[in-house]
Design a protein around this ligand. Structure first.
Ligand code: MCA
Ligand code: AMP
Length: 482
């Protein structure tokens, strides 16, 4: 296939490709370092990447892709159980990490390759990998069980990034700033591979702060990507931070995604800066489906129009497509197109269940369409999927982790509205010993160590018994509405 990164494979020059804090790499330096990685991983099949927010992660993923291998980004804060599952499922031939990074015991059996940002490898060629060959396996939560590995082909990466370039007028003149984690599609595919495919530049904040956003947007950055929690924190900070106001006001494009941007945050930012945040809608399995266009109307609460090449329909409960664009009739979003994943790794059952008989992907997101076609997401089919800080988290995996705690007899997990996180995780616990129930911090630490810190409950409520129906099924609505 044609190169995923023409700016790296065709005479890379001295333009800065990426910057993390004080450390930056030009296109020529990135091509050489990625070439060195590529030499080491060629033929390795799947290669895990210890995805810290660092230039090593970018070099690692680009090197793997240029070599035609498959990158499996790992959350460096993954707990034992989550990491154990991902490694057993994806069986990586090697793990790429920054030198000096301490890796957990679960990775002991996997050959380690240190990523040298000053490495010098042969100029990457066009490669032999085909469009339908996998580029990435990204793990994503479902309602029950451990996370599933979404296999994302090279064509999906190319297609989604080019569709966004069209929608956003995204060019090599753009300098993106963000502080997103690099083990999700948002931060890695859009936030790192996006600028590199365009031949532009990215500045990563290491960790998100409103001060970092202000500094970069007043210092030459043109675009900002973030999850709604980040825009919420920006909206709160605007009144005390003139540099932040100046930066947002002057930016070419402000983009939010991964969860719904609350209308009050959208309006607050618009009122202070005169700028409207653009929303786009995507999913690990589908990459990007819709977006408000750079020259379109950024109506609060809408995620815009289907991107070029993406088929999108709403269906009723019986799976029948809805014809109405009346802004009222709610249906599930189904999508089709070159942006889609090819399936879940080792899970033909889950893959089959995710598609309709005629090949549409069931997103589980519920939406209406405005008369002009704009998509407005109104909710989610499964209440057992929680979006907290833009991370998708399955209630089932947290319940299983809680049940592993000796002090927990029964557990149920729900999501509750939260101004900052969108939703916060709430654990409902029947203690094994009502006289000495495990504390909230103890349980949060227990989940953080097994799964990941962002999956920890933010509140714990204690009950004598969980409400159950005649079939013994926990009635979560009675918990949240009780
Ligand atoms: C807290 N920490 C702990 C514990 N509690 N560590 C161990 N044990 C504990 N019990 C640590 C955390 O690891 C973290 O460390 C720090 O304390 C603060 O944690 P937390 O409160 O969870 O973080 P936050 O500051 O509230 O984070 C908010 C955030 C974050 C920055 C908005 O949620 C975030 O980065 N969200 C982005 C999610 C995302 O990218 N989603 C895209 C997926 P430390 O501070 O050192 O880290 S969706 C997607 O990809 C699709 C395709 C799409 O549409 O985009
Ligand atoms: P993930 O599986 O972690 O990639 O998350 C994908 C999910 O995030 C989608 O199915 C939606 O529920 C949600 N999502 C992503 N972008 C948006 C958005 N702009 N507005 C509302 N929900 C969104």
């Amino acid at each position: 296939m044609s190169s995923l990164f023409p700016a790296l494979t065709d005479r890379p020059g001295d333009r800065v490709a990426l910057r993390f804090g004080e450390r930056s790499l030009t296109y020529a330096e990135l091509a050489a370092a990625a070439g060195a990685v590529g030499q080491q991983v060629r033929g390795a099949g799947r290669v895990a990447v210890w995805a810290t927010p660092s230039p090593e992660t970018a070099v690692a993923v680009v090197g793997v892709l240029l070599a035609g291998a498959v990158a499996v980004p790992l959350n460096p804060r993954s707990g034992e159980r989550e990491l154990g599952h991902i490694l057993a499922d994806s069986a990586p031939g090697a793990v790429l990490a920054a030198p000096g990074e301490r890796l957990p015991d679960a990775l002991t059996g996997v050959p380690r390759i240190d990523v040298a940002v000053d490495g010098r490898g042969p100029a990457p060629g066009p490669g032999t990998a085909g469009d339908d060959d996998p580029a990435l396996v990204v793990y994503t939560s479902g309602t029950t069980g451990p996370p599933k590995g979404a296999v994302i082909p090279r064509r999906a990466v190319a297609h989604t990034l080019d569709a966004l370039a069209d929608a956003w007028r995204w060019t090599d003149a753009d300098v993106l700033v963000h502080g997103l984690p690099l083990f999700h599609v948002h931060g890695l595919v859009l936030g790192i591979l996006g600028p590199l495919r365009r031949g532009g530049s990215v500045r990563h904040l290491g960790r998100f702060t409103t001060g970092g956003v202000a500094r970069e947007l007043t210092g030459g950055a043109t675009m900002l990507f973030g999850v709604p929690t980040m825009y919420h924190r920006i909206a709160l900070a605007l009144s005390d931070d003139p540099e932040l106001v100046e930066g947002l006001t002057g930016a070419r494009l402000l983009v939010s995604g991964s969860a719904a941007l609350p209308v009050p945050d959208h309006e607050r930012i618009a009122a202070v800066t005169g700028r409207r945040v653009i929303e786009r809608y995507g999913m690990t399995e589908t990459l990007m489906n819709t977006s408000v266009r750079a020259d379109g109307e950024a109506r609060p609460g809408t995620v815009g129009l289907p991107l070029p090449g993406v088929g999108l329909r709403l269906v009723d409960d019986d799976g029948r497509p809805l014809a109405a664009h009346d802004g009222e009739t709610v249906g599930e979003i189904q999508v089709q197109g070159p942006n889609l994943f090819t399936g879940y790794l080792n899970r033909p059952d889950a893959t089959a269940a995710a598609f309709t008989a005629d090949g549409w992907f069931r997103t589980g997101d519920m939406a209406v369409r405005d008369p002009d076609g704009y998509v407005r997401i109104v909710g989610r089919r499964a209440t057992d999927l929680i979006k907290s800080g833009g991370h998708k988290i399955g209630a089932g995996e947290i319940e299983n982790a809680l049940l592993d705690h000796p002090g927990v007899a029964e557990a149920a997990v729900t999501g509750e509205p939260d101004d900052d996180l969108g939703e916060r995780i709430v654990a409902w616990i029947v203690p094994a010993d009502p006289q000495s129930p495990p504390g909230a911090e103890e349980l949060a630490g227990h989940v953080a160590a097994r799964l990941a810190p962002h999956k920890r409950p933010r509140a714990v409520r204690y009950l004598d018994a969980l409400p159950r129906n005649d079939m013994g099924k926990i009635m979560k609505r009675a918990l949240t509405h009780g």
